[in-house]
Design a protein around this ligand. Structure first.
Ligand SMILES: Cc1cc2nc3c(=O)[nH]c(=O)nc-3n(C[C@H](O)[C@H](O)[C@H](O)COP(=O)(O)O)c2cc1C
Length: 130
């Protein structure tokens, strides 16, 4: 079984995840709906960046038992320019602290451009702790 998992507050990362899931024919779930990540062979995680953290990523991968049994792809979605190496190095450094070392080493990591609609931001944006 293969899956695209997304962590998205306002829908940008979800839209990328939906497109990937449609094109690849993979199952699609929010990280909140995934009970056991070990069930999936290939895992594509698409997560929005909030204050340097990738929403839901830590929770999703902390339960992984043997990363060698999986193909892992992680795409971050944020406003920082993904073509700027300083930005992507900063994002990767943050990810290193949020993932088990073997998952970080195994994962293929990509960075996608997100979007923001300021009129839709919650007054108390309270999910920045990822
Ligand atoms: C409170 C807050 C913190 C954010 N922090 C970052 C960040 O650290 N790096 C970044 O590139 N983008 C950051 N962004 C921008 C979001 O990652 C971007 O809007 C993304 O597309 C949101 O994804 P979503 O619509 O799936 O929730 C932040 C946005 C908000 C509202």
């Amino acid at each position: 079984m293969n899956i695209v998992i997304y962590g998205s507050q306002y829908g940008t990362a979800k839209r990328y995840a939906e497109e990937l899931s449609n094109r690849l024919g993979f199952e699609l779930k929010s990280y909140e709906e995934v009970d056991d990540v070990n069930l999936y062979e290939t895992i594509i995680y698409v997560g929005a960046l909030y204050a340097g953290g990738v929403l839901g990523m830590k929770k999703t991968f902390k339960g992984m038992k043997d990363s060698n049994r999986h193909t892992i792809v992680i795409a971050t979605v944020g406003l920082a320019d993904p073509t700027d190496k300083t930005n992507t190095d900063t994002i990767k450094n943050g990810m290193k602290n949020q993932l088990p070392a073997e998952v970080f080493d195994k994962a293929s990591i990509f960075h996608l451009r997100g979007g923001i609609d300021y009129s839709k931001l919650g007054f108390n944006h309270d999910r920045t702790s990822c």
